[in-house]
Write a protein that binds this ligand. Structure first.
Ligand code: ATP
Ligand code: MG
Length: 562
């Protein structure tokens, strides 16, 4: 409830203001947005921002969102990416109204181009890409007209058709809009609309050997789909003039483009091109490596869709680029996991405890019970076996403790979580003076939930029964890069990779309830952090990823935060 109030109180962002105004004055009856990924990589946290924004606005204002694959470049796109993108959007909790491909519109786009030619607003150019670039001018000097600029409509129609039929090799001809070679906006200096590329396309196969440029496909696709608010990132501001020009000249549905700043996250990189390098050069274990800022990586790491949506909502949108603190994302993850994670006890670095006064009957196990999650509205419980021999965390014992050490020490008492109070009576060492086990006594009247001992202790430790413990491997992750903004550093961004970003613990000792761990469950290993089962787990061995630590213990300059 408190949270809802908070959300309602948030002031409108600039897009919400625009949309409310448009709906109020009747410009649109309802809104249509789209999410337009290029299927040339896996989605990352920046895309998550765009997804939450586009789908979120449509949900809020009773419209819908299309998923449109911007597949106008035949060379880099792959079906694997298309599938992963769909999976990621659904996982984030959104459903698109229609699934489209820009390539679905190749016929219509071709007709649009023909109509521009007929209006004398487009021409076929024989200049090479280099020549076109040379003649483009500079921001302060006008460009030069191509010698082919004033071709007759008939000749242009004929050449354009022959481009389509495959009469010409790559790079020999282009179709250009005829606007103004002296325009103050360089993008309006007769921009390219089509280029020849003899390449197979993942959707259209070999049907086409000419492909529309981004600027000639994007706005036109928006228009075909009756998109009302076409939201993109700031680098497209200079493209808006061309976007509007094309829609106006083609006399098609007036979609409008709006821009917001790209989302960047600290201690990572967020461009598919860079992430692809990390994958190809094996710095990480694939696109879904839990250290990657990809949606699939975050899913594998144990982040929840709720926490990612919450993060996007809290950060909001801006017009100026900024670097968002990874710590805020981790905060959102902790907040949600605290509500949903099942509590389990796992000892990372075991020290054996023998309860000398505990009588174990052969074949019998004392079963204790503990809440799965104290945050649950209706409590559920699990059983935890107790025994004469236990493991506690080695760091929870000190032979010569400082004053404020409330854990176990000779002669001192602690509570074992959901079990009994124990006292350390004797420290057993090997010949080298290394502590091998502790002999303790337990207080039978001190059972949690039924404690009549009258003893109060300050420390509570997690533990497991030695006989019942199961082992698992842990993967502890840290930030992928050592510096806040690797893309801004000198030299190759890969030089700034954090060499300690993955730490593996081969065997930890877990309470047996974890034997039934499921991929979609989240766990809090008490006092240790949040964990989730990794997909590399097999029946012969369980592997858990640390999603996030319990507290933010990271300081700049650290390479390991545990
Ligand atoms: P990249 O540089 O990583 O390849 P892109 O912008 O080329 O990113 P697209 O697949 O073309 O990726 O983007 C799909 C949508 O996601 C676009 O509307 C784009 O503006 C948006 N988007 C991509 N990256 C970010 C980001 N870092 N922050 C916000 N929105 C983003
Ligand atoms: Mg792109």
């Amino acid at each position: 409830m408190a949270e809802e109030t908070k959300k309602e109180e948030r002031s409108l962002n600039f897009l919400e203001e625009i949309i409310e105004e448009d709906l109020k004055n009747g410009k649109y009856k309802s809104i249509v947005t789209r999410f337009p990924p290029e299927p040339n990589g896996y989605l990352h946290m920046g895309h998550a921002t765009s997804i939450c924004l586009n789908f979120g606005l449509a949900q809020k204002y009773g419209g819908y969102t299309n998923l449109r694959f911007d597949d106008t470049n035949p060379v880099t796109e792959e079906t694997e990416y298309v599938e992963s993108i769909k999976e990621d959007i659904k996982w984030l909790g959104f459903q698109w109204e229609n699934e489209h491909y820009a390539s679905d519109y190749f016929d219509e786009l071709y007709q649009f181009a023909v109509s521009l030619i007929k209006k004398g607003l487009a021409y076929v150019d024989d200049l090479t890409a280099e020549e076109i670039a040379e003649m483009k001018g500079t921001p302060t000097e006008p460009g030069k007209d191509s010698p082919y600029r004033n071709r007759k409509v008939e000749e242009n129609l004929d050449l354009f058709e022959r481009m389509k039929k495959g009469d010409f090799p790559d790079g020999t001809h282009t179709l250009r809009a005829k606007i103004d070679m002296a325009h103050t906006n360089m993008l309006m200096r007769d921009p390219l609309l089509y280029r020849i590329k003899h390449a197979s396309h993942h959707q259209t196969g070999d049907k086409w050997c000419i492909y529309p440029m981004y600027d000639f496909a994007h706005g036109q696709s928006d228009s075909i789909e009756n998109v009302t608010h076409s939201i993109c990132t700031m680098e497209f501001v200079p493209h808006r003039e061309l976007y509007d020009w094309l829609i106006e000249k083609l006399e098609i549905y007036p979609s409008h483009q709006y821009e917001f700043a790209r989302r960047n996250l600290s201690y990572t990189v967020m461009s598919k091109r860079k992430l692809l390098q990390l994958v190809n050069e094996k710095y990480v274990d694939g696109w879904d490596d839990p250290r990657m800022p990809t949606i699939s990586g975050m899913r594998r790491r144990g982040y929840t869709p709720e926490s990612i949506r919450d993060f996007c909502d809290r950060v909001g949108i801006a017009k100026r680029e900024n670097l968002t603190d990874l710590g805020l994302l981790e905060f959102c993850v902790r907040e949600h996991l605290n509500k949903v994670a099942l509590r389990r006890m796992v000892v990372f670095d075991p020290l054996k405890v023998v309860l000398t006064n505990y009588n174990e009957q052969p074949g019998e196990t004392e079963m204790l019970t503990s809440e799965n999650n104290p945050e649950e509205e209706t409590a559920t419980h699990r059983d935890i076996p107790f025994g004469k021999e236990l493991y506690i965390e080695r760091e929870d014992f000190m032979e010569n403790p400082p004053k404020k050490f409330f854990r176990l020490a000779p002669g001192k008492m602690v509570r074992l979580k959901s079990a009994y109070i124990i006292r350390c009576d004797e420290v057993i060492k090997d010949a080298n003076g290394h502590i091998t086990e502790l002999h303790c006594s337990y207080i039978p009247e001190s059972q949690s939930g039924n404690d009549t001992s009258g003893i109060s202790v300050k420390g509570t430790l997690h533990w497991v029964s030695l006989k019942h413990a199961i082992t698992a491997e842990l993967r502890l992750y840290d930030r992928l890069f050592k510096v806040e903004d690797p893309s801004k550093e000198e030299g190759d961004f890969k030089e700034y990779i954090n060499p300690g970003s993955l730490q593996t613990i081969k065997a930890v000792y877990a309470e047996p309830a974890l034997k039934n761990a499921k991929f979609d469950e989240r766990y809090q290993f008490l006092r240790k952090g949040y964990f989730t089962l990794d997909k590399d787990s097999s029946t012969s061995g369980m592997i858990f990823n640390r999603t996030v630590t319990l507290k933010d213990s990271w300081k700049a300059g650290d390479s390991k935060a545990n």
